[in-house]
Design a protein around this ligand. Sequence first.
Ligand code: M6R
Length: 365
Amino acid sequence: DKANYRHFMAKEIHEQPEVVGHTLAHYVDMATEKVAMPVKLPFDFKDIQRLSITACGTASYAGFVAKYWFERLARLPVELDVASEFRYREAPLRKGDLAIFISQSGETADTLAALRYAKSQGLHTISVVNVPTSTIARESETALPTLAGPEIGVASTKAFTCQLAALAAIAIAAGRARGELSETDETKLVHGLIEVPRLMTEALALEPQIEKLARDIAKSQDVLYLGRGTNYPLALEGALKLKEISYIHAEGYAAGELKHGPIALIDEKMPVVVIAPYDRVFEKTVSNMQEVAARGGRIILMTDAQGAREATVDSLVTIILPDMPATVTPLVYAIPVQLLAYHTAVVMGTDVDQPRNLAKSVTVE
Ligand code: M6R
């Protein structure tokens, strides 16, 4: 039931503080601010030389964010694949290494085929799944749940942020096991995660501003999304969300790639959504925005108070989020990104929960 919402997608966006909180409570000890995995893993992270992460669509973007986390926090090299490629590209895999599969439904055919392939190659397998009775959950060596509750809207929203919450906890556990994070590091990181539901509630309060912006986006033919670091996968996710429910063409790029091609597309008609909390690469993103502004492009900047102060760029609309540790920005910035796609689709009058040509769970390869 949609409660008082017009669409399941709106309800599911608004449920995120709660369900991300539930998911976190499953992976961390709120009192001691330490990671507490719900099951004992049948391997030691110290023995893993390479992690392979595989998924489709939005779940693959959660995996892409996790790649940054595992590499930075656990110094564990990660290969990320979309499932349809992983299964057939004959990647050299080392027996005893680890493969993580991410899926909301747990029934996605490509992801399942990739899981079976990894098992046949002697890899340890973890699935991060929202449906605990699903095939992928059953067939993986270790099934780690997300506690998003049933997701009805075809566009994935709360499953995505719950996947991020679980993956962040697993990455911290890996960092501890591999001796790359101290106990103090762990507490700091877990503390940051525990703050996420509150930060998400604050981000949801930006909805009226985003609703207004959506009227403008709805007039565009193409939209570009830019981000750096863990917000680069979020830019990809923003573009996917917009195209699947509003049918407006959108692309996500690493901000630094702008001048290697997509800048040719920029004119007054093309909005550019920049996802850039103030961080060590912010200055570089400012120069990317200046390049956009110089060509008449309109910029929507999702940032924090400091970012808004430092962004010396014309024709800018800023969406200001609260301050937060860098690690958790993709979880919280997901909210304005989802709301922008949602309200644009509402303006366009599309079937938000059941967009054309799409199925909630893709069970053919
Ligand atoms: O059920 P899964 O997480 O395996 O589904 C993967 C993709 O099909 C899914 O994320 C798809 O991209 C969504 N429609 C995105 O909103």
